[in-house]
Design a protein around this ligand. Sequence first.
Ligand code: HEM
Length: 129
Amino acid sequence: MSEAPSAFELMGGEPAVRELVDRFYDLMDLEQDFASIRALHPPDLEGSRDKLFWFLCGWLGGPSHYIARFGHPRLRARHLPFSIGINERDQWLACMSQAMDELGVEQALRERLTEAFYGTADWMRNRPG
Ligand code: HEM
């Protein structure tokens, strides 16, 4: 292969992305620190797990499962029903960071993903403060 490997490949493909998403939502359910963003989600997280998994596969440079099912992600528009400010952004990022730590995502990849997650999460803010 001549092209540089995608973040999806470096992560370890679909099983690793699924593991990351599952840990992310398990932590959101368990940790008091993430209670504000947990409260924005439905009581049953199964649908949220599937959607984030499908989305991240494509976002990381793997298969476009989310687009195949739902079309263009329109991610910012889809988050408008939820009030997202700095606190919610930072809880989301901290939850993802803890999930990456616990799964032992390799350092260089972790830094690359942290930056990319920050950009997307910050773009989702729809409330001042
Ligand atoms: C900034 C803080 C964020 C908050 C508080 C937040 C919260 C939420 C909530 C409450 C839902 C609805 C869950 C459901 O319908 O089951 C959702 C959906 C979703 N979120 Fe986020 N989110 C944030 C950031 C992000 C980021 C950074 C990404 C991607 C990197 C992301 C990707 C998604 C996707 C793909 C969906 C499913 C959209 C759909 O098809 O309805 N979110 N988010």
